[in-house]
Write a protein that binds this ligand. Structure first.
Ligand code: MG
Length: 381
């Protein structure tokens, strides 16, 4: 009991000290192929996302926020570099994303958010889907991240020969020989995808706890809800929206666990949590794909449904709650994070994003909307 009390008091003192003396922590949670309309706070009538909805009501929910690309690889490169794919090298007229037989990756000359934050002595960790080059020289640990646990490309790649399209609808992990990599070493192949969201969450919490005494940056890029869909036993068959709903509800649970961890360590006041998606829903897979709400189009298209994504930013005491209808983009993450960390953006190259930190703090005038949710039209699919 004495030991516990000592621990609690120490933790509280540490939390208070760190809140007022440290540079802020950053957690970017990036989902894969999750549509604009898939969260309760964006109007979905049946998928239950209480943790994300709470995050939205305590922070800011943006209604005109855009990914920099409509497919995985260029979208991720843009988020991490603050530069359009046409500048950072992750765009091609041959292939739209990297594949297991690709020999390229994010050029070493590019600077990621992690590399920028390393200059300010941040601890940096990546968990989840990378998709910016699977060869050793391109892995997250070569791009500013101290630690990495995740899959190097999409969860449908390295597929067993002869699988039909229907296999996507009742998938088995063994049919996708996707490796799970820890730092630079393959530790599992094929990756058991049924536990992937849970294991990403455990690793994220481990990283937060291990680095609670110094500023940190965690980039958690979920493999889900990219098809084929997998959820753990606890979430299987639970959602009214079927398998896709199960997957989103597990991601929502994961967000809740991370916020709970921040609160228990008294890090919530000094941590910015940013949540968004890499591109719109993969609608060609019908009910296994998500919903872009009332927007036309989905993944792979340049219509609104392919590019406009949910964006939530949460940091009690720092973020002024609002629903923002001004335009923002994943390109803006790097300049905003650099500004809040007190470091300058690279001056030797074009940075396409803008610093949104003043908007998050509402220190400048912005367009807001009173409309809490978007129309539910087209959600029932
Ligand atoms: Mg994607």
């Amino acid at each position: 009991m004495k030991k516990k009390l000592f621990y609690l008091i120490t933790n509280l003192i540490f939390g208070l000290v760190s809140a007022y003396s440290q540079k802020p922590n950053f957690i970017v949670i990036f989902t894969d192929d999750q549509g604009y309309g898939d969260l309760g706070c964006y109007g979905h009538p049946t998928i239950k996302t209480p943790n994300l909805d709470k995050m939205a009501s305590e922070g800011q929910r943006w209604t005109n926020f855009y990914s920099a690309a409509n497919v995985c690889t260029p979208s991720r490169a843009a988020l991490l570099t603050g530069r359009l794919p046409v500048r950072n090298g992750m765009e091609s007229n041959q292939r739209r994303v990297l594949f297991p037989d690709s020999d390229g990756g994010l050029p070493a000359s590019e600077l990621t958010i992690a590399e920028m934050l390393k200059t300010a002595n941040y601890a940096t960790g990546m968990v989840g889907k990378w998709h910016l080059g699977h060869l050793p020289q391109y892995l997250p640990t070569k791009n500013g991240f101290d630690t990495y646990l995740g899959i190097p490309y999409s969860n449908d790649m390295d597929r067993a020969a002869g699988l039909s399209r229907d296999e996507f609808f009742s998938p088995e992990s063994k049919n996708y020989k996707v490796p799970l990599i820890k730092n630079e070493k393959e530790i599992e192949r094929p990756t058991d995808q049924t536990t992937i969201t849970k294991r990403y969450t455990d690793e994220s919490i481990r990283f937060i706890k291990e680095n609670k005494n110094k500023p940190f940056f965690l980039y958690l890029a979920h493999s889900m809800p990219h098809i084929p869909l997998f959820s753990s036993k606890e979430f299987e068959g639970k959602s009214e929206r079927g398998v896709y709903g199960d997957v989103i509800e597990e991601i929502d649970w994961s967000v809740g666990e991370i916020l709970k961890t921040l609160k228990s360590l008294h890090l919530d006041k000094n941590t910015y949590v940013l949540f968004t998606s890499d591109n719109g829903p993969w609608k060609i897979f019908n009910e296994h794909g998500g919903s872009a709400g009332s927007l036309f189009g989905g993944k792979g298209t340049c219509y609104e449904g392919g590019m406009r994504v949910p964006f939530l930013v949460w940091s009690p005491q720092n973020i002024k709650p609002a629903v923002i209808s001004d335009i923002g983009s994943t390109l803006d993450m790097l300049p905003s994070i650099c500004q809040l960390a007190g470091i300058s953006v690279p001056s030797d190259r074009t940075i396409d994003g803008y610093d949104l930190s003043e908007v998050w703090k509402k220190k400048i005038e912005v367009r807001e909307t009173k409309c809490y949710i978007t129309t539910a039209r087209n959600f029932l699919r």
